[in-house]
Design a protein around this ligand. Sequence first.
Ligand SMILES: [Cu+2]
Ligand SMILES: [Zn+2]
Length: 234
Amino acid sequence: MTLHQQLGWRAANLIYRLNDLRKASLMRGVALFCLMLGSAAAMLVSVQADDPKEGAHEDLVPNGAVCRIRGTKGNKTFGQIRFIQKNGFVHVTGQVRNLTEGEHGFHVHEFGDARAADGSSSGGHFNPDGHEHGGPDSDEHHAGDLGNITANADGIAKVDIKAKGLTVISVVGRAIVVHGGTDDLKSQPSGAAGPRIGVGVIGIAGPGPAKKDAKPKAKAKAKAKLKAAAVKPS
Ligand SMILES: [Cu+2]
Ligand SMILES: [Zn+2]
């Protein structure tokens, strides 16, 4: 190899190495860019998660709950109850039917489990704070102690209770139990309210059943009439 050739080879080698270096730095640049992009995306996600409107799943905290009460074995009790979260209390409203006239114990029980025919699977009164049984206005009472509902001569009890010890989120998944007798608001552990005649599981309220609209029905009727006329043999 001549000196020129040797120099040329060295120069070529140097250029090649420089090129390699440049490639490496380019790759490093690309890697850095990707890293920045990744962390930017991660930051964006975390910022979104911090935003209560975007990431906190506010929709997971229900504002309202509902309960459809059905009679336990041998009872025809039925009813519908709504729970609306207000500031500092839950407004419990609705109606229970097919009751004997007079007062009936009305409680939130611990488990939303209506499997037992006698309602026993719903457990005891909802009592997260370990209190004694009482009336809703007693100093000491279970959170689920809603007192009594009163049925009129037609066996209908209107429910309108402001439950201070409850939140909607704390009752969802539990049960409403209607008793055959009166809760005396003092006997332990459950006010000697007698058998469980109605039980319902409390669930998150949806938009509610669609309201009956007379117009579509009339339209459907007219359509059916038209169809019948068309099918009639002439
Ligand atoms: Cu009860
Ligand atoms: Zn109780």
